[in-house]
Design a binder for this molecule. Sequence first.
Ligand SMILES: [Zn+2]
Length: 347
Amino acid sequence: MAGLLNIPKLVDFRNKVKRHPSLEFPVLSLKGKTTIAVHHSLTKQGLAGSNAEGYARYHVDTLGWPSIGYSYVIEPDGTIKFCNDIELRTYHVGDHNNYAVGICLTGDFRTEKPTKAQEESLRNLVFGLQKAYPHLKFVKGHNEFSGYEWKACPCFDYKAILANKTISKPIENKVSGVSTSKPSKPKSKSIDQLADEVIKGLHGSGAQRKNSLGSQYDAVQKRVNEKLLGSQPKPKPATKSIDQLVKETLAGKHGNGEARKKSLGKNYKAVQDIINGKSSAPKKTDSKPKTLKVGQKVKIKSSAKKYATGQTIPSQYKNKTYTIQQVKSDRVLIKELYSWVKKSDVQ
Ligand SMILES: [Zn+2]
């Protein structure tokens, strides 16, 4: 498990970003990692959720990924959030994920610029990584990987930033001496405790509070709002598709007769109909689910309007050939776009 460096402003976030309850990124050989990939988040600095925690939630909840797609996120205050061990095959440059380690700078650099603190942390991180792992010889922007020339990423001149070879001195006792074999334990004060302190006024307000809480500001602030509104975060119940339930039933997981009826509940009839051959597909959607497979090449129809997640599909993405990375009952994950598209919208 590699990537926990002794450099200024690096914090271990591996236990703090959202992770999928069952999926995990594949573990690859560390030596196989040769290239650092630089991204921007395409989300404006300072917005709620425009941070590593927010990207992780989006990648898990919306895209169905094991966790955040990057190994490191550099926030506007220069904090480097270490989110994934670098030997993992996380998702950020499609076919190149096997050998690339992803660094994302928070910001929409089509209109914003990296802060000085981000520039300094990018230098510390890239040079720190290359010193610790000499096989990480190359640094590339997302759009310098073949197949991604059309991507507006990272939209800033990272080469100019890295041309300055100055690095900050490691801070003694910050992360030095930390074994890289295990994620470190969360800080002694929990988000909950900190939120209570904020409510009591112990961390001041505005910029003072931000300073006092540092990288935990967003998480604490969220908790404070939850506490003040009296609402607790509710885990979403996992819903299984009829397809999955049919498979499970055929595998004997739901028993027979009454036991099966009880186990499947309101889905019993739909599942049973498919098994009995009365129906060949779930009747949930009016469009017929197609047999689409991972790795298959598809086009997004020009008639397609929105991604399965609701955002508008830009017209330049339509009628182009893409690769399927994951398949669900009604949608497919398009590898090159990191987006879910309805099955009825591809051909
Ligand atoms: Zn990118």
